[in-house]
Design a protein around this ligand. Structure first.
Ligand code: BMP
Length: 218
């Protein structure tokens, strides 16, 4: 099975490590902290020899449309897709972001619910925003499998990517067992002294858990 890990880079690893990681996992999520810390050109340089099939920009977008478009304009050549919060709503916010993203051939992921314990919004509140925005994908918390199941039932065609594995407590494979397509892993990898060995270990654990949950379904 191909790896279903998305590396969340909120702290930079060296270029050689990144090249090897890109041979092991399909996608990377570039965090705002490293863009602010190192600048766009340095991030571009570090990514240039890596071989990710998708570079997702996590610019923490939650604003009126015009501001979000300006943020993306500044760094859009870094990646293929952008994540935006769904709770901000559609008119003069996600509608404008969607229009700009379509023009620039960028995919949009809507963050439907968050992974940390303090998140308090009801998932049903944003269904209408998802329906209207028609994003490529959704971000949903690995720490809340029931939320992933609800989203998967209501939005069978969206790619669901899921943070919360490792440092936030969810075990590798749990989000995919609930209906996600990819699991986002950050600190467990970039803070590890041996990120390559760590990714292999997480991958193995993920595959094992997915096989177990598939077997229990049949
Ligand atoms: P980590 O594996 O280190 O917990 O990283 C998770 C990544 O996913 C971070 O980049 C974080 O900003 C992001 N994220 C999250 O953890 N929960 C959410 O609800 C939404 C996120 O974007």
């Amino acid at each position: 099975m191909d790896s279903r890990i998305i590396i969340a880079l909120d702290q930079l690893v060296d270029q050689n490590t990144l090249i090897t990681l890109s041979q092991l996992v399909p996608k990377v999520k570039i965090g705002l902290p490293i863009i602010l810390q190192y600048g766009k050109d340095e991030i571009k340089r570090v990514l240039s020899r890596a071989n990710f099939s998708e570079i997702i920009l996590d610019l923490k977008l939650a604003d009126i449309g015009s501001t979000m478009v300006n943020v993306i304009k500044a760094v859009s050549d870094l990646g293929d897709s952008v994540i935006a919060h769904a709770f901000i709503g559609y008119e003069n916010a996600l509608d404008e972001l969607k229009k700009y993203a379509n023009e620039k051939n960028k995919k949009i992921y809507l963050l439907a619910a968050m992974s940390h314990p303090g998140w308090f919004l009801d998932i049903e509140l944003i269904y209408n925003v998802i329906e209207r925005t028609q994003p490529f994908g959704l971000v949903a918390p690995a720490t809340r499998p029931s939320v992933i199941r609800k989203l998967r039932n209501s939005f069978p065609n969206n790619v669901i990517i899921s943070p919360g594995i490792g440092y936030q407590g969810a075990l590798p494979g749990t989000a995919i067992c609930s209906g996600a397509d990819y699991e986002i892993v950050g600190r467990s990898i970039y803070l590890s002294k041996e990120p390559i060995a760590m990714i292999e270990k997480i991958n193995e654990e993920m595959v094992k858990r997915i096989e177990q949950c598939k077997a229990s379904e049949t």
